[in-house]
Write a protein that binds this ligand. Structure first.
Ligand SMILES: CCCCCCCCCCCCCCCC(=O)SCCNC(=O)CCNC(=O)[C@H](O)C(C)(C)COP(=O)(O)OP(=O)(O)OC[C@H]1O[C@@H](n2cnc3c(N)ncnc32)[C@H](O)[C@@H]1OP(=O)(O)O
Ligand SMILES: Cc1cc2nc3c(=O)[nH]c(=O)nc-3n(C[C@H](O)[C@H](O)[C@H](O)COP(=O)(O)OP(=O)(O)OC[C@H]3O[C@@H](n4cnc5c(N)ncnc54)[C@H](O)[C@@H]3O)c2cc1C
Length: 664
């Protein structure tokens, strides 16, 4: 029945002010009002309908994305939206498109690595979308190993130009989003060669297509790399292949903030560290961490609502069966994901602050916090995307058979999200970057250099190596100091153990390679400590709204106790807790699940998602699942006729043959 709220009883159980929680989730009242207004604007505009998206063949799907992206731009201009509003609008349109890379990587690369003059020349064109750009770094042969890229940019002093060339098959650019069919320009990463010397990787702005007829320029070969995982999903994006045959560009299209080539061909390294070349990746990793909570909360919202609607077993005296959300096993799989969505939200907020801080310092030529910013963005990108991709898949399973239907929204969400574990740095490769940072920190302990920021706990290494948990009863696990010390001691001990093992090798690089799996685990422990600490710090702020802080305390407890339970081996193995204390943690975790249960639906309502954005029958706000699933099935193209296409060619002859066989 339309208009009935099947989840109304659940909503009545809430023990907190949902509207205030919406503001906490959004980060501020301003952010809430912005998201609320723009998400409704998109949801109410038929131009942004998602109807039938997963059924479209690739060419139509892609054209539909072009239409939507152009329509979004038209609305942005008509409504005179600010940059912030426009970004929100693209987010709620919810379809990966070339515009993600244009706004998310091409423009930031020019901003971060271009000189003032280069920014003045290129940014206005890009802001008006008079040129469309992408970020062309990865090649067929190398992605993670950026220093191994093979494309060359050789300076020709005769003409004051760079010659961009793809010398081998493996040097073909491969993967850049927006490259295949749309971009007119790219920031291309290539080996800078001048006076016969190779100075390593640098960025260059290269025009790829004519601004008149969109044909590839002479010497440029460009196309799409082919169909990717999942129906619809990331296939709305034209990830591309690109080859250069001695393509010439003016010298001033080398991005020259980090290093320059003079008119005479002299290479000049400015006092800016070379690592700034990787700055766009630091920026995007930070945005990916914020985005993880968006994706995970979507999946959790769907699975939580459906778990309250769905009933199986346990009917007594002809009464209703049990809501599957009341099974402790369901809670043990679902509630930690709900808690993780909130945890990632807050750590994302903090990371944004850290990134803004490091950017301001860089502008003032203070590069001291760059290594920590790199370690935090790399590590948290790895941690949150791995947990989110796994979490979306778990939510699909939590929805049983119906979760496997595209109309649940979960298969597409998973297919769109899962490459986040690979793009912008493979998650294992990134953990090893964190491990290098940790090993460097441990090796410098005692040198007088005081560890600061997220690594400050290492400054108390002597205490952390020998302290023991003083938890005596389950509720002691609710004390923030007990928890932070547990996570600090675990991370510190795992790092020190790795450092001790490394010191047994004559060649440190050989040791690092041999111990890589242990090092990655130490990096995970360090990153989990960051997330837990930032959640606890959030709770120390003044949080208005009846019951809001209490709910966040429950979520925070579930987040860290679930981690403690899952990684019990680390905590026990490093000797910080006893098995009795581990078991008390588990008792407390179960108690928290019971506290969360009546609030579960309202906690996902606090995400404030429209049905358009969720795009899930199982996650509908009103819980009206069964009639809508039934209705949707009949919209499948297979159901356009009672008799299937192909009946006369294939089914009928088969049946006839069986008839003949039967007669024999
Ligand atoms: C449904 C709706 C859809 C919308 C939703 C939108 C979502 C949002 C869109 C996203 C859409 C996808 C967009 C994908 C776009 C790509 O995927 S672009 C390509 C990204 N590629 C990568 O990330 C490659 C990964 N590899 C790397 O980052 C580096 O090469 C590695 C692994 C760090 C190795 O670097 P290396 O220089 O070879 O080696 P290393 O000696 O380890 O490092 C040298 C020094 O630099 C430092 N360093 C390394 N990296 C950095 C750095 N980044 N910063 C600072 N220092 C660094 C090291 O710490 C080291 O320092 P020291 O110890 O010497 O002091
Ligand atoms: C959907 C999508 C969009 C993308 N968009 C862009 C884009 O816009 N622009 C762009 O330039 N690129 C883009 N990429 C490319 C992406 O950045 C790379 O694929 C990514 O950086 C991983 O590199 P790789 O493919 O070389 O993986 P590989 O490094 O080949 O990884 C293969 C395996 O080897 C392991 N491995 C590699 N090195 C090490 C090591 N040192 N130690 C231990 N294990 C290791 C990895 O963990 C992994 O399991 C995109 C990729 C995808 C999937």
């Amino acid at each position: 029945m339309e208009g009935v709220d099947y989840l109304a009883d659940e909503r009545k159980k809430a023990e907190f002010d949902v509207n205030e929680m919406k503001i906490v989730w959004a980060g501020s009242r301003h952010n809430f009002e912005l998201s609320d207004r723009i998400s409704k604007l998109v949801a109410n505009d038929p131009g942004f309908s998602k109807e039938g998206r997963t059924m479209l063949p690739r060419k139509e799907l892609f054209k539909n994305t072009l239409r939507k992206a152009t329509y979004a731009w038209k609305r942005i201009i008509e409504l005179r939206l600010s940059e912030e509003e426009a970004a929100k609008l693209r987010h709620f349109v919810d379809e990966p498109a070339f515009t993600d890379l244009h706004w998310g990587m091409f423009i930031p690369a020019i901003k971060g690595q271009g000189t003032d003059e280069q920014q003045k020349k290129w940014l206005p064109l890009a802001y008006k979308m008079q040129i469309i750009g992408c970020y062309a770094q990865t090649e067929l042969g190398h992605g993670s190993n950026v220093q191994g890229l093979e494309t060359t940019a050789t300076f020709d002093p005769q003409t004051d130009e760079f010659v961009i060339h793809s010398p081998t098959l493996t040097s073909s650019k491969w993967w850049p989003g927006g490259l295949g069919k749309v971009s007119t320009h790219a920031v291309v990463y290539a080996r800078l060669i001048t006076n016969g010397k190779d100075y390593g990787i640098n960025g260059f702005i290269v025009q790829l297509r004519s601004l008149e007829d969109h044909k590839p320029l002479p010497g440029v070969t460009v196309g799409d790399i082919g169909l990717k995982f999942g129906n619809g999903a990331y296939n709305t994006m034209d990830n591309g292949v690109l080859r250069f045959d001695h393509v010439r560009i003016p010298r001033d299209q080398m991005l020259m903030r980090v290093s320059q080539v003079t008119r005479e061909g002299k290479y000049v390294q400015s006092d800016v560290p070379r690592q700034l070349l990787y700055g766009t990746m630091v920026y995007v990793r930070q945005t990916i961490v914020s985005d993880a909570s968006n994706a995970l909360s979507r999946a959790v919202c769907i699975a939580t609502r459906y778990s309250a609607v769905r009933r199986q077993f346990g009917s007594q005296n002809g009464g209703q069966e049990i809501q599957v959300i009341d099974y402790k096993t369901q809670q043990n799989r679902l509630f930690p994901l709900l808690a993780s969505a909130y945890a990632f939200r807050f750590v994302g907020e903090w990371l944004k602050w850290l990134y803004t801080d490091v950017t301001q310092r860089l502008q003032a030529n203070d590069f001291s916090t760059l290594p920590e910013a790199h370690a935090c963005t790399a590590g948290l990108k790895s941690l949150t995307t791995t947990a989110t991709a796994d979490g979306i898949e778990e939510c699909r399973k939590l929805c049983g058979g119906h979760g496997y239907l595209c109309s649940s929204g979960l298969p597409e969400l998973f297919a769109v999200y899962v490459p986040a574990c690979t793009y912008e740095g493979d998650n294992t490769v990134l953990l090893l970057q964190v491990a290098r940072f940790l090993m460097k920190t441990v090796s410098q302990l005692g040198s007088g250099k005081k560890p600061v920021g997220t690594i400050a706990y290492m400054g108390r290494i002597e205490h952390l190596m020998q302290c023991r948990s003083d938890v005596k009863q389950a509720k002691d696990w609710l004390k923030p100091s007990a928890v932070v010390e547990a996570f600090e001691a675990r991370a510190a001990r795992m790092s020190v153990a790795c450092a001790q093992n490394l010191s047994k090798f004559d060649n440190p690089e050989e040791g690092f390679a041999e111990l890589a799996a242990d090092l990655a685990e130490a990096a995970v422990a360090h990153c989990q400590l960051i997330v837990v600490s930032k959640f606890i710090e959030k709770l120390q702020q003044d949080i208005p709204g009846e019951g809001v802080k209490q709910q966040l305390e429950v979520l925070c407890g579930i987040y860290y106790l679930f981690l403690l339970h899952k990684h019990q081996g680390d905590f026990l193995g490093t000797g910080y807790i006893t098995s009795k204390q581990a078991s008390l943690a588990n008792d407390q975790l179960r108690a928290l699940y019971s506290q969360l249960r009546p609030n579960a639906i309202s906690l996902v309502d606090a995400f404030n998602y429209t049905d358009h954005f969720l795009d899930s029958i199982l996650g509908r706000y009103d819980g009206n699942v069964y009639p809508k699933l039934y209705e949707a099935a009949w919209k499948d193209p297979l159901n356009q006729s009672d008799i299937a296409d192909g009946f006369h060619e294939y089914i009928r002859p088969l049946l006839k043959q069986q008839l003949r066989t039967a007669r024999l």
